[in-house]
Design a protein. Structure first.
Length: 175
């Protein structure tokens, strides 16, 4: 048992993958969870209908504009932030088979989207974004509580997408 003075130990990607698989197959596991790089279970509340509508709209727009496949809530194995579940993941069709592990975890999808909720905290979001980018994700799109959109890449925050993507979001979902 770890006491308060112990430093947490990083868990290997193989162990995280094994724990993720066990949790995903356990009927007693919560519906919405992630694993930190230390193997800690992070629980999330069920998303609101507004949140899910936004994610669905974004996934449809990604597929319509970029082709490929966009999926809501797909698990991503990062190299520095554990197993994280962005709101939307997009990749070209050919990459889905190549970048999926046997345990159904994605590795380095092209693009991930995080739609912020009131409970999100900046330090945790920054950590997740850096984890995605450090694992080879080319762009992270962050949709703010009021509908603002940031396109984040290795070289910082941008006002436009490297994929030439336009994301008009329904204003009624932000009021």
């Amino acid at each position: 048992m770890m006491n308060m003075m112990d430093t947490p130990t990083l868990v290997s990607p193989e162990e995280l993958t094994q724990w993720w698989t066990e949790l995903a197959q356990n009927e007693q596991s919560p519906d919405h969870f992630e694993l930190t790089e230390y193997g800690e279970l992070v629980l999330s509340p069920n998303p609101t209908n507004r949140h899910q509508r936004l994610c669905t709209q974004i996934a449809f727009q990604l597929q319509a504009q970029l082709g490929g496949e966009a999926v809501v809530e797909a698990a991503v194995l990062t190299t520095t932030a554990g197993v994280r579940v962005p709101d939307v993941v997009w990749m070209p069709e050919a990459k889905w088979e190549v970048l999926t592990t046997k345990q159904d975890l994605l590795q380095a999808p092209e693009l991930v989207v995080e739609v912020l909720s009131p409970g999100n905290r900046q330090p945790e979001m920054t950590h997740k974004i850096q984890g995605y980018l450090g694992s080879g994700v080319k762009e992270v799109i962050v949709v703010g509580l009021t509908g603002t959109i940031e396109y984040i890449r290795q070289d910082g925050v941008h006002t436009t997408s490297m994929f030439n993507l336009k994301l008009p979001l329904p204003s009624h979902l932000f009021s």
